[in-house]
Design a protein around this ligand. Structure first.
Ligand code: NAD
Length: 494
C-alpha cells in the first residue's frame, strides 16, 4: 500500500490491517505463551491503534533459544555475504518506507516527516554497517623470532536490545545493524507503547535474506519481558536506551552474569549562544533543538544558555517562532506532533506546573493542548521558561518534552560552569563565529558530542553516546561495532 492509501485506510478505520499481532520468533509471528495481549495507542487521537502480545519469561526463553541456535550459523556466514544481505535489508526498507513511516508516526505520535527521516536514516544505518561487515580485521604484531601471532575479532554472541518509544525504529536499527554486521544475533524488546515497527522490521529482515532467528522480537512490558531478557546468562551484551532509573536497574540485572552493557540514558543538554552570535541563528537552533520530536529526544537542547547582551533579542525571536509552530496529528505533518502517552503528558505537565508554583516565569506555553482538527490527543504546547536558577529542578531534571529553560551568562567560564552543572553529559551546542571560543568550549564541556553553529550537525558516521548519568558506550560510527565484537589473541610457536 502506498502512502495515500495507508493514510486513507487509517482515516476510515482508525487502524491498519497489516499491524503485526504476535512476537516475532524464528521467522514467524506467535501469540504470547499465555495468550495475554496489550493495546497500543495513537497518541495523536488518544485511541487504540492495535493490540499486541504481552510477553513474559516463557516467550523470552523461546526467543533466546532461537537466537542462540541462529548464532551458531550466522557467526560463520562469510562477512561478504553478511554485507550483501544487510545491503538488501536497506533496499527493502526503502521500498517499504511508506508503511514503516506511517506506522511509526501513528504509534509514537511524531510527525510523518520525522518518521520518514527516521526510516531513511535507518536504511542508511544498515548500509553503513553492511560496508563494515567485511572489514573487521585483526592485527599481526611482530613478536620477534620464534612466535607468530595475530588477533581476530569475534562476535560476542546473542545480544539484547531494549528500545524506547521516542525513536522506535532508529534506536532499534542503530543497535541491531552493527550487531548483525559483526556476526551477533539479537533479541529485541520494544517499548510497550510503540511495539509495531520493530515487529515489521524483524519480518522485513527475514524477507531480505537474514536467516530466521537472527533477530527475534518479544513485545510486552519492561517488568514482564525486558527484565528476564537482560538478566539471562545467554545474553552476552545488552544495549539499553531509556531512563536513568531503568538503566541502573538493568546494570544490576546484568552484573551477576558479567554481561556487557551499553547505556544510552537521558540528557539535559545545553545550547550556548555567545555575544557575537547571530540572535536569529541562536533562536532558530534552540527552537529545533527542543521542539523536534516534541522534545522527546535524549540529546534535545533543553537548556538555552545565552550571553546577557543577546538574551532579550534571542528570547523574543524564539518565543515568536514557538508561538507560530503548528501542533497536531502526526499524519497531517504539522511542525510538532503528539507526546507519546497520556502518562508522559502528565509527567511533562507536572514538571511545568511545579516550576510555575515555584514562581518561575513561563514565557510561552505551559499547558496541554489538543489536535486543532479533532479536539483530541495528547499534546503539550511549546514552552519556554526564562530566568531559571541553576539549582532549580527545571534545569536539573530531564523533562523529555517541549520545554526549554533559559539562563544568562557573562563570561566563558560561567557559560561552561552552567553547561556542566547537571548530572547529565550527552550533547552540547555552541553558537559563535569565533572558532577559538568555540573550540575552547568544545574541549571543556562534558558531553559525548558537541556541535558548533548547528545543533543537529553530524551523522550516523559519528559515534554517539554520553558521559556520567547520560550513560556509557558509543553507538553509531565504527565505534558502534565495538560492543558486538571481542578480540582474541592467538600466538603460535614456530
Ligand atoms: P523506561 O526507561 O522505563 O523504558 C525504556 C525501555 O526499557 C522500554 O522498552 C521499557 O519497556 C524497558 N524497561 C522498563 N523496565 C525494564 C526493566 N526492568 N528491565 C528491562 N527493560 C525495562 O522509560 P519510560 O518509563 O518509558 O520513560 C520515562 C523517562 O525515561 C522519560 O520521561 C525520559 O526521561 C526517559 N527516556 C529516555 C529515553 C532516551 O532516549 N534516553 C527514551 C525514553 C525515555
Amino acid at each position: 500500500m502506498k502512502l495515500a492509501d495507508l493514510i486513507r485506510t487509517y482515516d476510515e478505520t482508525g487502524t491498519l490491517p497489516m499491524l503485526p499481532q504476535g512476537h516475532y520468533i524464528d521467522g514467524a509471528f506467535h501469540p504470547a505463551s499465555d495468550g495475554a495481549r496489550m493495546d497500543s495507542f495513537d497518541p495523536g487521537r488518544g485511541t487504540v491503534l492495535g493490540s499486541f502480545a504481552a510477553g513474559g519469561a516463557e516467550d523470552v526463553d523461546r526467543a533466546l533459544a532461537s537466537s542462540q541456535r541462529a548464532f551458531e550459523a550466522w557467526r560463520d556466514v562469510p562477512p561478504a555475504t553478511r554485507c550483501r544481505i544487510l545491503n538488501d535489508v536497506a533496499a527493502l526498507m526503502r521500498a517499504e518506507a511508506d508503511l514503516l513511516a506511517v506506522v511509526e508516526s501513528l504509534d509514537s505520535g511524531k510527525t510523518l516527516a520525522e518518521a520518514q527521516g527516521d526510516v531513511a536514516g535507518s536504511a542508511r544505518l544498515f548500509e553503513y554497517y553492511a560496508g563494515a561487515a567485511d572489514k573487521l580485521d585483526g592485527r599481526s604484531p611482530d613478536l620477534g623470532g620464534g612466535t607468530v601471532a595475530f588477533t581476530a575479532k569475534e562476535p560476542v554472541g546473542v545480544t539484547a536490545h531494549i528500545v524506547p518509544w521516542n525513536y522506535p525504529t532508529s534506536t532499534l536499527v542503530r543497535g541491531i545493524a552493527p550487531a548483525l554486521a559483526a556476526g551477533c544475533t539479537a533479541v529485541v524488546k520494544p517499548a510497550e507503547t510503540t511495539p509495531f515497527t520493530a515487529l515489521l522490521i524483524a519480518d522485513l529482515l527475514v524477507r531480505a535474506g537474514v536467516p530466521a532467528g537472527v533477530v527475534n522480537v518479544v513485545t510486552g512490558t519492561g517488568a514482564q519481558a525486558g527484565a528476564p531478557l537482560v538478566g539471562d546468562p545467554r545474553v552476552r551484551h545488552v544495549t539499553f536506551t531509556g531512563s536513568v532509573g531503568t538503566g541502573i536497574d538493568v546494570m544490576q540485572r546484568v552484573a551477576p552474569n558479567v554481561t556487557g552493557l551499553t547505556l544510552e540514558l537521558g540528557g539535559k543538554s545545553p545550547l550556548i549562544g555567545f555575544a557575537d552570535a547571530s540572535a536569529a541563528k541562536v533562536a532558530d537552533g534552540a527552537l529545533w533543538a527542543i521542539f523536534s520530536n516534541s522534545g522527546q529526544i535524549c540529546s534535545a537542547g533543553s537548556r538555552l544558555i545565552v550571553h546577557r547582551s543577546l538574551h532579550d533579542q534571542v528570547l523574543s525571536e524564539l518565543v515568536a517562532r514557538a508561538q507560530k509552530l503548528r501542533v497536531g496529528h502526526g499524519l497531517r505533518n504539522p511542525d510538532m506532533g503528539a507526546v507519546n502517552s497520556d502518562l508522559h503528558l502528565s509527567r511533562i505537565a507536572g514538571h511545568v506546573d511545579a516550576a510555575r508554583a515555584r514562581g518561575l516565569e513561563i514565557v510561552t506555553g505551559g499547558h496541554a493542548v489538543t489536535d486543532p482538527e479533532t479536539g483530541a490527543g495528547w499534546f503539550y504546547a511549546p514552552t519556554v521558561i526564562d530566568g531559571v536558577p541553576q539549582d532549580d529542578d527545571a534545569v536539573q531534571q530531564e523533562i523529555f518534552g517541549p520545554v526549554l529553560t533559559v539562563q544568562t551568562f557573562d563570561d566563558i567560564d560561567e557559560a561552561i560552569s552552567l553547561a556542566n552543572g547537571t548530572d547529565f553529559a550527552l550533547n552540547a551546542g555552541i553558537y559563535t563565529p569565533d572558532i577559538t571560543t568555540a573550540l575552547r568550549v568544545a574541549r571543556r564541556v562534558d558531553a559525548g558530542q558537541v556541535t558548533i553553529n548547528d545543533y543537529w550537525a553530524g551523522g550516523i558516521e559519528l559515534p554517539f553516546g554520553g558521559n556520567r548519568k547520560s550513560g556509557f558506550g558509543r553507538e553509531k560510527g565504527l565505534e558502534g561495532l565495538e560492543a558486538y565484537t571481542r578480540t582474541k589473541s592467538i600466538a603460535i610457536a614456530v
